[in-house]
Design a protein around this ligand. Structure first.
Ligand code: ATP
Ligand code: MG
Length: 582
């Protein structure tokens, strides 16, 4: 029952999306009923045509018929247009709204959510699942209302002609309903599998496209192709199952209906019955019964469409129901002084995992520079991730200007940081716009140029015909790693935040450009708090304090000279880098 209830709430929620477009929706429904009405009216005239027109040889009736037939079809066309147009209009409105909601919601979800979901899967929800919701449910609705009304019309006509014969149909009705309900369960299961499979198709394709270079270098084509072919075939299999169920159920239902037809023929053969029925009435009855098969077939398929829509809607709603980033803080400040304190912070990315940070405590005074060094995986980037609240700490506290960072409004907190992270992300836009991305105030072209100069971006853009207005391609593919880093640094420079986090910000630069940028960064650090993460120790020698991390813990701390004098891990590392050993 639980899944049944869930389905009902999904359905109710879906109705909620249609509510704002009530009028268009009603217009569509009127169009559908009108269409069915015209069809029924058409069939009701068969009796007159045969009994009065043909049997009585009344040519007037035939002439009237000739005039009315085109007229019928004009009205029918009009209703058809109204129902299709308004239904699709509402459908596309719903798709658009859902897509936007998904898009907006995905931006608000915590980093941990994105860690756990593949990009392809999420993209497929935005593109495929939303489309499915509208397409499937509007199809289902069209058939349900239009063909449903037609069935009612035909049944009415039949009962009007001979209720005794028509009763047969009522015996068959419940039987058909039973088949439909059995089949619908299967539809739902298969539909949801198809959605998962479509997500896998996008994910696998996206991995191959993104990792194209790795694939060709490691001769992974066969492996990738095999992986994709398996997923591709799963999708096909599931789709075939859907088709199978649909075709078999249609045939079964039509068979049941045909039984009723033969019963009618048997009953009609009784002499009492034969005397009562005119040729026209009997023809109307038979035609109606045969005509009933088509809408009945469509009505049984309605369920597969409907289940497809519900499955897609469930998948969309699951994402929309994911809790967004916790933002309970209310503290708003314009500009932080920049004092940062880690107070006995322990943190693990996932429950049960090893801790990425263990009992980390340190303090940075406003305007000071702290450097984090240590082996790969020792927890340096994690410290940066926690400061910007990409993840929330549960043990220990992180303070900014003496207040827990959870007390700040999230937006306000993040505005205090300019972050150049290990993985530079560029948008498919011009270099200038990438530099200006996220700058709080309206920056002038001059500001951008100044930042570009300071970060040595102009050094390479000057050789480009379009200069700073050059497009960088998707995620900056048209640029070298060092060039990308320089753009990221320029972006941080322009941001003018009180706290600067540089995570391997200059790792891809040659020594000369690095020296120049260090100068610019040095000037920038002057009245800012800075957290500098670097593998190359030369870049952090003049930090106010250096923390040496290992396995999530701070194992040494002090200034460059103090650490050298200690002759511990830092001095070993230093000697290794400067003298190539010893
Ligand atoms: P590097 O110098 O290579 O950048 P790092 O010191 O910055 O290393 P962190 O990125 O802080 O290292 O990682 C610390 C630990 O946390 C590692 O063991 C890593 O496997 C783990 N870790 C990092 N990011 C995640 C994540 N998103 N989910 C789960 N574990 C993670
Ligand atoms: Mg790192």
């Amino acid at each position: 029952m639980d899944s049944q209830q869930k389905k009902q709430t999904t359905f109710k929620r879906l109705i909620g999306y249609i509510k704002p477009y009530k009028l268009a929706f009603i217009a569509a429904v009127i169009g559908m009923i009108g269409y069915a009405g015209v069809d029924t009216l058409f069939f009701s005239q068969i009796e007159t045509l045969i009994d009065d027109g043909l049997t009585e040889q009344n040519s007037d009736i035939l002439i009237y018929g000739a005039i009315f037939v085109p007229f019928f079809f004009i009205i029918r066309g009009f209703f058809n247009f109204a129902s299709s147009y308004f239904l699709n209009w509402v459908g596309f409105k719903v798709v658009t709204k859902m897509r936007q909601q998904l898009f907006d919601h995905l931006m608000k979800l915590p980093v941990s959510f994105h860690d756990q979901h593949s990009t392809g899967d999420l993209i497929s929800k935005i593109t495929y699942d939303t489309q499915q919701v509208a397409e499937a449910s509007s199809r289902a609705l069209l058939v349900l209302v239009r063909e449903g009304a037609f069935v009612i019309g035909l049944l009415g006509l039949m009962f009007y002609q001979s209720w005794q014969l028509s009763l047969v149909f009522l015996v068959v009705g419940p039987l058909i309903a039973k088949v439909v309900s059995v089949v619908s369960k299967r539809f739902r299961k298969v539909s949801s599998r198809i959605q998962t499979a479509m997500g896998n198709v996008t994910t696998t394709a996206e991995q191959m496209i993104n990792g194209h270079k790795v694939v060709v270098m490691h001769e992974g084509q066969k492996k990738e192709s095999k992986r994709f072919s398996e997923i591709n075939n799963t999708t096909r299999n599931q789709n075939m199952k859907l088709v199978n169920t649909r075709v078999i159920s249609t045939s079964v239902i039509q068979f049941i209906a045909s039984l009723s037809l033969s019963m009618v023929l048997v009953i009609a053969s009784f002499p009492e019955m034969l005397g009562e029925l005119s040729a026209g009435a009997f023809t109307t009855l038979l035609t109606s019964m045969i005509m009933l098969l088509r809408p009945l077939k469509q009505l049984t398929n309605v369920n597969s469409d409907f289940q497809r829509g519900i499955a897609a809607a469930t998948s969309v709603f699951t994402i929309l129901d994911e809790p967004i980033e916790i933002d309970k803080g209310s503290k708003v400040i314009d500009r932080a002084a920049g004092q940062i304190e880690f107070d006995d912070v322990s943190f693990g990315y996932q429950q049960g995992d090893d801790l990425a940070l263990e009992h980390v405590s340190f303090n940075v005074a406003p305007g000071k520079t702290i450097a984090l060094v240590g082996r790969s995986g020792s927890g340096k980037s994690t410290i940066s991730n926690l400061l910007t609240r990409f993840y929330d700490v549960e043990q220990g506290r992180i303070l900014l200007d003496g207040h827990n960072i959870n007390d700040y409004k999230l937006k306000c907190l993040r505005r205090q940081f300019a972050l150049v992270s290990q993985h530079v992300t560029l948008f498919n836009d011009t270099i200038a716009n990438n530099i200006a991305y996220g700058a709080s105030k309206d920056v002038s072209k001059d500001d951008i140029i100044k930042a570009a100069e300071q970060a040595y971006v102009t050094e390479f853009t000057d050789n480009m015909p379009k200069g700073l207005d050059t497009m960088v391609g998707e995620n900056g593919v048209m640029l070298s790693g060092g060039q990308r880093q320089r753009i990221a640094i320029a972006r941080a420079l322009l941001q003018d935040a009180p706290i600067l986090i540089l995570d391997e910000a200059t790792s891809a630069l040659d020594t000369e450009s690095e020296r120049h940028i260090q100068q610019a960064l040095g000037a920038l650090r002057k009245n800012r708090t800075a957290i500098v993460i670097a593998h190359r120790l030369s870049t952090i020698e003049n930090a106010d304090e250096i923390l040496v991390m290992d396995n999530g813990e701070i194992i040494e701390r002090g200034t460059h000279q103090q650490l050298l004098d200690q002759e511990g891990a830092y001095s070993q590392l230093y000697n290794l880098q400067f003298h190539g050993g010893a």
